[in-house]
Design a protein around this ligand. Structure first.
Ligand code: ASP
Ligand code: MG
Length: 486
């Protein structure tokens, strides 16, 4: 089981998390992965920024907040007699953080390794709270720092797991507890290289931690507890009749995550594919609701399942200005430059005749990307072999996702027609040959209308589908999870 930041966000929530874990623990072994309490990771990162800037006052006030929040939660959770020792444990962890940020303040910099060590403190504090609370309620539990279990490469801030050594460690460190009926409560988000240097798996990485550990332990199931009912057919803030999906495939859930559904960390499902471990996405605020089951494959693929969307994106266009320039080579070099800048490309689309191509990127990675592109293509730009790089921030991304879209003629046409009926102009289009996703870039102010229109056209809401599909099939139930606050 994994509990996200809001599911760990207060003493009251931690009590619920403990109850949910204990209920299952009574039936079969449970290992628990936790996020930092909501907003704590941001607070830690902010503290490090203050440190780097030499702003002691900012640092101190953040440290006070950090101590206070965890101490208060502890006092609310535990009986008076047990509080002292646990508060001391919490303070030890914060002291460790303080030593690292003091070092940063002295150096005036934030070395990535130290950042990774320091930022995992949020999860370590959560572990103390949940495992101590479980123990105080009579459930045997032990806190585990994932540094001792999850082995990763050395990409600080965005590390990838090495599954074989992680499996070995999971069997050594976690299996004995599980066999004895003790619930290990493990930090999400972090790991360490084989030689012990601390790493983290990227923001929101606790889901990924949980799936890594589920795979390493050969878990029967993974339950991801958050603050929304499951994966939904669209963002309910944009589409009021969006519905929770009861079942969805790994591939669909991954596509939705990559295209902006704040459901799961996009890398979560990869470790589970080989062992076909099913995942439940459930709401700890409404645990009686079934949630969404994410499965390796579905017997009867249904058409489009969900419409994901993203607002904070930008379209970068490149165009050769001379026939002497090979557009494919430009594309290759541009993509290489973007990849080196560690930026994720959301959509690529090209027209070979005008040697024009465009990539859709996240807005917060835009400056870095444009810089990388300008230096990689400096010569061509300087000598006017290429038009200046164009950036359009007034765009949004919409992606219709569903394994059942494969080989279904007419679907793309219906999607585009629905968007144009809503009077929204389509700027760029991409569909990979897997036909799992049709991605459409539109003007940002038309995004909401376009998402609503496609959602309705695909019959994903609770209104009956518009009967325009020539083959008369129903598209099945609606699909993506609500925006989680984790
Ligand atoms: N606490 C980390 C973050 O906020 C990891 C997570 O919550 O999944 O990014
Ligand atoms: Mg989180």
């Amino acid at each position: 089981m994994k509990f996200g930041g809001t599911s760990m966000g207060s003493a009251e929530r931690i009590k619920v998390a403990a109850r949910l874990a204990a209920e299952q623990q009574a039936k079969r072994p449970v290992a628990v992965v936790v996020s930092a309490m909501s907003k704590v990771t941001d607070l830690l990162l902010d503290t490090m920024r203050h440190a780097e800037a030499g702003d002691r006052t900012g640092m101190e006030s953040n440290l006070t907040l950090l101590r206070q929040r965890h101490e208060d939660t502890c006092r609310e959770l535990l009986p008076a007699g047990e509080q002292g020792a646990v508060v001391a444990q919490l303070h030890d962890v914060v002291d460790e953080f303080e030593r690292i940020v003091n070092g940063m303040a002295m150096l005036g910099e934030r070395p990535p390794r130290s950042v990774d060590e320091a930022v995992a403190v949020g999860e370590r504090l959560s572990v103390v709270l949940l495992s101590e609370y479980l123990r105080s309620t009579g459930v045997p539990s032990v806190g585990v720092n994932a540094r001792d279990v999850v082995v990763t490469d050395a990409a600080f801030g965005n590390a990838s797991p090495l599954m074989d050594p992680t499996g070995v460690k999971a069997r050594q460190v976690l299996a004995p507890h599980l066999e004895q009926g003790t619930v290990p409560v493990i930090t999400g988000f972090n790991g360490a290289t084989a030689d012990g240097r601390p790493t983290t798996l990227g923001r929101g990485g606790s889901d990924f931690s949980a799936s890594i550990l589920a795979a390493a332990l050969d878990a029967a199931e993974l339950w991801i507890w958050t603050d929304v009912d499951g994966i939904m057919s669209a963002d309910p803030r944009l589409v009021p009749d969006a519905q929770v999906l009861d079942e969805i495939t790994y591939a669909e859930a991954a596509e939705l995550a990559y295209n902006g559904a704040k459901v799961l960390h996009p890398r979560t499902l990869a470790p589970l594919v080989e062992k076909k471990i099913p995942v439940w996405s459930k709401n700890s605020f409404a645990p009686q609701k079934p949630g969404t089951k994410i499965v390796p494959a579905m017997a009867v693929p249904q058409g489009a399942r969900a419409v994901a969307s993203m607002r904070n994106v930008a379209l970068v266009s490149l165009e050769a200005a001379s026939a002497e320039i090979n557009g494919v080579q430009i594309m290759a070099r541009a993509l290489d430059a973007i990849a080196r800048a560690d930026v994720e490309v959301l959509v690529v689309s090209s027209s070979s005749y005008r040697q024009n191509f465009c990539v859709l990127l996240r807005e917060d990675e835009l400056d870095r990307s444009v810089h990388a592109l300008e230096s990689a293509l400096a010569l061509e730009l300087a000598h006017n072999y290429m038009h200046p790089i164009e950036v359009d921030r007034n765009v949004g991304l919409l992606a219709a996702v569903g394994e059942g879209m494969q080989g279904k003629p007419g679907l793309a046409g219906r999607i585009f027609t629905a968007i144009s009926r809503a009077q929204v102009n389509i700027i760029a289009i991409a569909q990979g040959s897997s036909e799992l996703t049709i991605a459409v870039v539109v003007r940002r102010d038309g995004l909401e209308k376009a998402v609503k229109a496609v959602h309705a056209e695909c019959g994903l809401g609770n209104r009956p589908p518009v009967p325009v599909f020539p083959f008369g099939e129903s598209e099945g139930r609606a699909p993506q999870r609500a925006k989680s606050h984790e």
